[in-house]
Ligand binder design. Structure first.
Ligand code: PLP
Length: 358
C-alpha cells in the first residue's frame, strides 16, 4: 500500500470538527444529559402521528422548496414567504449564510465566547473570525462596532448568548445595528428566544423589518423539541433569504423534518406550556445555586452558566460521576441545560456535593 494519502485543505489540520455535548456516562441508576440544551420532553402525540404518516412516503424526495413549511413559518410570524429560508438546523442556515459571504479576506465578527459553531463554520467558509471578548458575560456591542472594517461581511449576535445565557437589550441592539454598514449582514441568532421573559430583551423580528441587512435565525431544535430532525430557518429580506436558498444543499430539510415542523407550529401553544415549565425550573435552579454560594449570571435561556474558569473540566467530571453530563468550556466555565425537575435535582445534588467551587 502506498504511504501517500489525499491532500486536504490545510484548515482541516487546525480543528477536529464540531464537538457535541457528551451523553452521560452510565452510572448504575438514572442518568441525565444536560449538555446540549435539548428539550427534556418526548415528542407530542400529534407530532408523532404526522411523522408516522410522513414515514410512509420516504421513497420520494422531500419538497426542495419546503413550500408548506415556509408558508407556515411566514404566517406564524406575519412575514411574507419570500422572507423565509430553511436549512438543516439553524447551524445549517448559518453555514449557508457563511457560504454566501465567505471568501479569502472576508471577516466575520462575533462575541466570544459564544456558539462554538461560529468559528468552525467561518473558517470552513474561507473567511476570517474576528472574536470580540464578552463583557460581564454579554456582548460588548461598542467593541464589536469598533471591530467593523471594510472587510466585515457578516456579524453574528447571539441573544440570549450560548453558553452564558446573557441576552442583548433591544435598544442597545437597535443602536448597534444602525452603525453596521449596509453591505454587511447582521444575523441575530435567536435559538433560545422562546425562553426569554425579560421584556427589554432584543426582538429580532421587529429589528429586521426596516433593515435590509439584518436577518433573524431561529430553530425548531430547542423549544419545539425537534433537535433530532434538524430544521432551522432564517427570516430576512428577499435577497438574504434567496442567498440562503442558493447555498442550500439540495433536499437538505428532509420530509419528516418538514412535516414535524409544520405540526409543531400547529401545536405551538402546547409546546410553549412546556417551555414555561423549563423557565420556572431555570429560575428555581439558579435561585438554589445562588443560595448555595455559586456565581450564576442571570440567564434568559434554557441553561445556566457557571464561570468556573480552570475548574470547569473538574466540575464536569464530578457531575459526570454522579450521572449528569454538563458542558465544560475550559478555561471559561460550564453550561448546564435546564430540564425536568428530576434531572435538575440530580444536578443540584451533584453541585451541592462539589467542594472546590471557590
Ligand atoms: C446559539 C445557537 N444557534 C444555533 C444553534 C443550532 O441549532 P440547530 O442547528 O439545532 O438548529 C444552537 C444549538 O445549540 C445554538 O446554541
Amino acid at each position: 500500500m502506498s504511504e501517500q494519502y489525499p491532500r486536504f485543505r490545510s484548515i482541516l489540520d487546525q480543528f477536529a470538527g464540531y464537538k457535541p455535548g457528551k451523553p452521560p456516562t452510565p452510572a448504575g441508576g438514572r442518568t441525565f444529559k444536560l449538555s446540549s440544551n435539548e428539550s427534556p420532553y418526548d415528542p407530542l402525540p400529534s407530532v408523532r402521528a404526522v411523522l408516522a404518516d410522513a414515514a410512509s412516503q420516504i421513497n420520494r424526495y422531500p419538497d426542495n422548496g419546503a413550500a408548506e413549511l415556509t408558508d407556515a413559518i411566514a404566517s406564524r410570524f406575519g412575514v411574507p414567504a419570500e422572507h423565509v429560508a430553511v436549512g438543516c438546523g439553524s447551524v445549517g442556515v448559518a453555514q449557508q449564510l457563511l457560504e454566501a459571504v465567505g471568501e479569502p479576506g472576508a471577516e466575520v465578527i462575533y462575541a466570544w465566547r459564544s456558539f462554538e459553531a461560529y468559528p468552525y463554520l467561518t473558517e470552513l467558509a474561507n473567511a476570517t473570525s474576528v472574536q470580540v471578548p464578552l463583557l460581564s458575560y454579554g456582548h460588548d456591542l461598542s467593541a464589536m462596532a469598533a471591530a467593523i472594517t471594510e472587510r466585515t461581511r457578516l456579524i453574528f449576535v447571539c441573544t440570549p448568548n450560548n453558553p452564558t445565557g446573557t441576552p442583548v437589550g433591544h435598544r442597545d441592539l437597535a443602536e448597534f445595528l444602525d452603525v453596521v454598514p449596509a453591505d454587511c449582514l447582521a444575523v441575530i441568532d435567536e435559538a433560545y428566544v422562546q425562553y426569554v421573559r425579560d421584556p427589554a430583551v432584543a426582538d429580532g423580528l421587529s429589528l429586521y423589518v426596516d433593515r435590509p441587512n439584518v436577518a433573524v435565525l431561529r430553530t425548531f431544535s430547542k423549544a419545539y423539541g425537534l433537535a433530532g430532525l434538524r430544521v432551522g430557518f432564517l427570516i430576512g429580506h428577499p435577497p438574504v433569504a434567496q442567498a440562503v436558498r442558493k447555498t442550500m444543499l439540495p433536499f437538505t430539510v428532509n420530509s419528516l423534518a418538514q412535516a414535524a415542523a409544520v405540526a409543531s407550529l400547529a401545536a405551538e401553544s402546547e409546546l410553549l406550556e412546556r417551555v414555561e415549565l423549563v423557565v420556572k425550573e431555570r429560575d428555581r435552579v439558579r435561585g438554589e445555586l445562588l443560595d448555595d454560594g455559586w456565581t450564576v449570571p442571570p440567564t434568559e435561556a434554557n441553561f445556566v452558566w457557571l464561570p468556573l474558569a480552570d475548574r470547569s473540566a473538574h466540575f464536569a467530571d464530578h457531575c459526570d460521576a454522579a450521572g449528569v453530563s454538563v458542558r465544560p468550556y475550559a478555561p471559561d466555565g460550564v453550561r448546564v441545560t435546564i430540564a425536568d425537575a428530576e434531572a435538575n435535582d440530580a444536578f443540584l445534588a451533584a453541585a451541592a456535593r462539589y467542594s472546590h467551587r471557590a
